[in-house]
Design a protein around this ligand. Structure first.
Ligand code: COA
Length: 215
C-alpha cells in the first residue's frame, strides 16, 4: 500500500508560486494554500487555494508538506532558515510528470522542484531546495548544491559542479567539467567556458566576471 501524498503549502504567492500550484495539480497533490508575508498577497487566491497567512503560520499546518517557491536562492535560504528556527517543517520534492528524472540515476533533495521539460541523465546529484525550471538539461555526473536556481532553458553539460545558492539565468550554457562556486550568478544567455569564483556575477559569450555579490 502506498501512502497518499500530504497536502502541500506553497511558501510565496508569486508567479512562480502559481506555477508550483500548477505542477502540484499535475501530480495530483492538493494545495491547501499559500503563505506569504507580503500584505498585498493577503486574502488573494489562485485556483482553489488562497493565501492563509504569513510564512511563520507554517506551524498551523504541520500535517502538510511545504515548498518554498521563491526564485532567489538567497531569499529562499533565508525563508528556510526562518522556518527551521522554530521547528522542523517537512518539505516536498516535486518532479513534474513531464520531466525525465529516473530515481535510479538521479538523487533529488527535499524541497527541490524540477519543472516540465527538464531532463537529468545519470549520476546527477541535486541538493535540497533546488529549483530546476522549465526545459533544462543536466548532464552526467553533475552536482547541484542546495538552494541553487536554474532558470528555464539552461544546458548544463556533464561533470559540472554547481555550488550552493548559485543562480543560472535563462538560456545559459555551461561547458563540461566546470565548477561554479557558491553564491555565483550566471547571466541569461551566457556561454560559460571557465570556472566561476564564489559570489561572482558573470555574463556574455564567453562569460566574463562583472562584479561580486555581497553574502
Ligand atoms: C547578469 C545580470 C544578473 C546583470 O544584472 P544587473 O547587474 O542588474 O545588470 P543590468 O541589468 O544593470 O545591466 C548592466 C549592463 O549589462 C547588460 N547585460 C545585463 N545582463 C546581460 C546578459 N545576461 N548578457 C549580456 N549583457 C547583459 C545590460 O544590457 C547593461 O548594458 P549597458 O551597460 O550597455 O546598458 C542580469 O541581467 C541577468 O542576466 N539576470 C538573469 C535573469 C534571468 O535569467 N531570470 C530568470 C527568470 S525565471
Amino acid at each position: 500500500m502506498t501512502t497518499p501524498p500530504k497536502d502541500l503549502i506553497i511558501i510565496g504567492f508569486s508567479g512562480f508560486g502559481k506555477e508550483i500550484y500548477w505542477l502540484a495539480s499535475r501530480l495530483g497533490v492538493t494545495v491547501r494554500g499559500f503563505l506569504d508575508d507580503n500584505p498585498d498577497a493577503s486574502e488573494k487566491s489562485f485556483g482553489s487555494a488562497s493565501v492563509l497567512g504569513g510564512v511563520m503560520q507554517w506551524k498551523d499546518y504541520k500535517d502538510c508538506d511545504f515548498v518554498i517557491a521563491i526564485g532567489s536562492p538567497r531569499i529562499r535560504r533565508k525563508v528556510f532558515d526562518k522556518m527551521s528556527a522554530v521547528g522542523t517543517p517537512t518539505f516536498a520534492t516535486l518532479i513534474d510528470p513531464a520531466a525525465v528524472v529516473m530515481a535510479d540515476h538521479v538523487s533529488v533533495g527535499p524541497g527541490s522542484v524540477i519543472c516540465a521539460g527538464s531532463i537529468c541523465t545519470v549520476e546527477v546529484d541535486i541538493g535540497a531546495h533546488v529549483i530546476i525550471n522549465l526545459n533544462c538539461t543536466v548532464g552526467h555526473e553533475t552536482r547541484i548544491g542546495d538552494f541553487a536556481t536554474i532558470a528555464p532553458m539552461v544546458a548544463i553539460s556533464g561533470n559540472v559542479s554547481i555550488g550552493a545558492c548559485v543562480e543560472v539565468g535563462t538560456g545559459a550554457t555551461i561547458r563540461q567539467g566546470l565548477t561554479v562556486n557558491s553564491g555565483a550568478m550566471i547571466g541569461m544567455g551566457s556561454v560559460l567556458t571557465k570556472n566561476v569564483a564564489d559570489n561572482t556575477v558573470v555574463f556574455g559569450s564567453p562569460a566574463r566576471p562583472i562584479k561580486t555579490i555581497a553574502e
